[in-house]
Ligand binder design. Structure first.
Ligand code: C2E
Ligand code: MG
Ligand code: MG
Ligand code: MG
Length: 282
């Protein structure tokens, strides 16, 4: 509590830049503390296969409730964590929580592959792949139950290195997907050089479906390209029945978004899953 009081006193005299820097330093320290105290939780957002209208997976999304600032978005604190080695610790923590969760659900007869978000720093870490495979081994989970989501930026950062690491993962049947597809300012080279199984079409395009011509052309092209390359597609950020129906019409494999549900804590997720699963209406 003292630290915060000190910070508040300090803040009164600072320019807004200093304030931002100071707040970020505090935030990073608090994040490290929260991690050590196991206060970072994971929520799960379902992925729905459009052909069968059934849950085909889930994405693990980290959640942090700060004692003072309340819920902080991972879009705010993950980039912070990426400034230090804390990101590696966060990924380890998420990996452990997720593998335990998969194991627990499998023991209850529910087999749901789960995707984790991987930072460029993780894929550059020479121990990352071994660590992930070891976690799978420990929890007795086959590789295909885990998916890793990487952004285009993370994939092309060091293409030669990434290629080797991803090959190790794909040999173990771990599913590799491109997150936020279409937003990364990168060439498409990596698509045929890396063992990519899935592209996740970014929400910025999906949210403007079906009426916005620009968004629709990009989504059509992305799905066409993926199909030709034997890559599966998922659209993220599906919020409306019309976007969902359009994606089904053009043969997008699966969807994820608030139209179905936001990410939920594990117990709520499984309750949602049991309720949704028998239904097949759109
Ligand atoms: P992302 O991997 O692209 O995750 C999708 C984001 O879109 C999530 O935000 C999700 O809650 C949100 N979302 C899903 N459906 C909808 C929708 O229909 N409408 C809207 N407006 N949003 C939707 P979230 O959970 O805030 O995460 C933001 C980003 O933070 C993620 O983007 C990912 O880049 C990063 N992140 C989250 N968890 C982790 C993690 O465990 N590790 C790492 N390295 N990054 C993470
Ligand atoms: Mg993701
Ligand atoms: Mg995304
Ligand atoms: Mg994103």
């Amino acid at each position: 509590a003292h630290a915060y009081k000190t910070q508040r006193d300090y803040v009164q005299f600072s320019s807004s830049l200093e304030l931002t820097v100071q707040r970020n330093i505090t935030l990073l320290g608090d994040l490290a503390k929260a991690l050590r105290a196991n206060e970072l939780t994971v929520h799960y957002q379902p992925k729905i296969d459009l052909a069968s209208n059934s849950v085909c997976g889930a994405e693990a999304l980290i959640r942090w409730h700060h004692p003072l600032y309340g819920d902080i978005s991972p879009s705010d604190f993950i980039p912070q964590a990426e400034q230090s080695t804390l990101i590696l610790e966060i990924t380890k923590n998420v990996m452990t929580q997720v593998t335990q969760q998969i194991k627990e659900w499998r023991e209850q007869g529910v087999s749901i592959p789960i995707a984790i978000n991987i930072s460029s720093h993780d894929i550059m870490d020479k121990d990352f792949v071994a660590r992930l495979l070891n976690e799978l081994d420990k929890a007795d989970i086959p590789g295909e139950m885990i998916e890793v989501e990487l952004t285009e930026g993370a994939l092309i950062n060091d293409l030669a290195h990434t290629q080797l690491e991803l090959l190790r993962l794909s040999r173990a049947k771990v599913v590799i997907s491109v997150d936020d597809f279409g937003t990364g300012y990168s060439s498409l080279q990596y698509l045929h050089r890396l063992p990519i199984s899935v592209i996740k079409i970014d929400r910025s395009f999906v949210q403007n479906l079906p009426n916005n011509d620009g968004a629709r052309h990009i989504v059509d092209a992305a799905i066409g390209l993926a199909k030709n390359m034997g890559i599966k597609t998922i659209a993220e950020g599906v919020e409306t029945p019309s976007a969902n129906a359009y994606l089904r019409k053009i043969g997008c494999n699966s969807v994820q978004g608030f139209y179905y549900t936001a990410a939920l804590p594990a117990d709520k997720f499984i309750a949602w899953y049991r309720e949704f699963q028998p239904l097949s209406v759109d």
